[in-house]
Design a protein around this ligand. Sequence first.
Ligand SMILES: Cc1cc2nc3c(=O)[nH]c(=O)nc-3n(C[C@H](O)[C@H](O)[C@H](O)COP(=O)(O)OP(=O)(O)OC[C@H]3O[C@@H](n4cnc5c(N)ncnc54)[C@H](O)[C@@H]3O)c2cc1C
Length: 537
Amino acid sequence: MHDVAIVGGGIAGMATAARLQARGLSTIVFEAHGQPGGCAGFYRRKGFAFDVGATTLVDFEPGGVGGELLQSIGMPPIAGEPLPGYVAWLPDRAVTLHRDSSMWAEERLRMLGDTPAHCALWRLLDHLADAFWAASRSGIKLPMRHPSDLAHAATLLGLRNLPLARYITWTLGDTLRAFDLRDDLPLVGLLAMLVEDTVHSTVDDAPLINAALGITIRGAGLTRASGGMWGFWQQFRAQYRALGGDLRVGAAVERIEGRHGDFTLVTRRGTYAARQVVCALPAQLTAQIAPPSVRAWLAPYLERDEGSLGGAAVVFLGVPEAEVAGHAFTHHQLLQEYGQPLGNGNNMFVSVSAPGDLISAPPGHRAVMLSTHCELAPWERLSADDYVARKRDIGEALLRYARRVYPDLGENAVVYEVATPHTYARYLHRPRGAVGGVRQSLANTNQHAIPHMLGVPGFWLVGDTTWPGLGTVACVLGSRIVADGVIAAARSRRRLIPRLARTPTASTSSASAAEPIYALPLPLRADRTPSSQSHWR
Ligand SMILES: Cc1cc2nc3c(=O)[nH]c(=O)nc-3n(C[C@H](O)[C@H](O)[C@H](O)COP(=O)(O)OP(=O)(O)OC[C@H]3O[C@@H](n4cnc5c(N)ncnc54)[C@H](O)[C@@H]3O)c2cc1C
């Protein structure tokens, strides 16, 4: 019997598994697809390595949320291209989104307005971002279920930042209105695009704090690994295995039964036992395979969030280097028209493999990913012919728009393929092909997000449909919270035996990575039960 079974080998599942394994628990990961990665995964074609979803790892440098993960599992920093920023191509101007904060402070005033209102807005966004990025890096935890969670959050925010808590009920739109900037087209166009890309929401719906984090995400550091996500997973999988972790690919879990200390996971290849279970799947999938009590616990959240799901379409191109020549930046965001709804190609993200990255592309070539969020309904109930036509249209539209940056893009493509919501449903089992968690609003995020603990002791949920939402950084923060919870629950059952003192071996290089659980200041406490938690309703 394993201490913990993790269902789903995306970034949330693998990060949770590696943390637990490094801290002395025995773990097994079940991944339905033939390789780990999920929406932060990859595929290879004709010598190219393409990222199927996430192209950038967020805050993976030392001291960051992802950096803490690497350190805690004894993995060296990611080899790759730390992005100096990227270019936002608005309909009437191009704004360089520098990573460097002073260059960005100059650029935004020069390109988007420098009135007292503009300056005050940026000051507020910077202050929120500084405070909440720091709290995230220290492991802040939401939704709060106990008074101790509130005290913990207050400590992490610090006295100076406590007044910021009043913005918890504000949207970005409220804030723009407060500064009389809601109708400032270029400013709102840029913010809308950044918010849509990161919290999958609109200016008027996006909670201000989440929006501030999304708007400043490149300041936290974006890295494209050498070889893209393929390169990242080679390293990560090797590290997990070196720690003694057991990764089973092509192993979909069909059913989970039992209780804390004695769960059973049913797969086509056999039945496995584990003391605790972490479901690192979208909440909808978890409800399909979990014990009935978990299903009941999740039902109201799923009903609430059904209308807030969205998908993505991506074009993968393997092209001769000349087609992407002439630009200092390898990443771009484009907005076609102000005042039109975002997604469906009106805004898009362009990611090009770094020059010299010969794992992502053969010599003389580069890998290119063009992505946009999209609605799900237009992709549903299509005939085979209509699906082919719709897929062709979105692919051509994205390529056409991307030629604003790279006029010859795709002229002599070695690879040209398109992913749609059907692709994410087929290969990654994302329900309806939805990706990126829910479109965040005040009603479904932070204190109202789906919690990591679902009322059944020893059963946990992590990933981009739980707090803090979508993206690699969010999933990694969730993995830290869940790993801490799993360990606390294990201790409370007094099942931790001396092997917890065992330090990870093999490629574990840093001493702190092998920190034994008994050294952590975790309180011994009883498992939380549904009756001790306040439900969101
Ligand atoms: C187009 C696109 C671009 C993006 N760009 C970025 C970006 O640049 N930076 C960033 O940080 N984030 C980005 N994201 C978001 C990010 O990729 C996701 O939020 C994140 O990868 C989600 O990880 P997860 O582990 O929660 O879920 P998933 O990645 O969906 O992982 C769940 C895993 O569970 C497996 N599974 C499903 N059912 C079962 C079962 N029954 N048994 C076993 N396994 C099962 C699936 O195969 C999958 O591998 C992007 C997403 C998309 C779609």
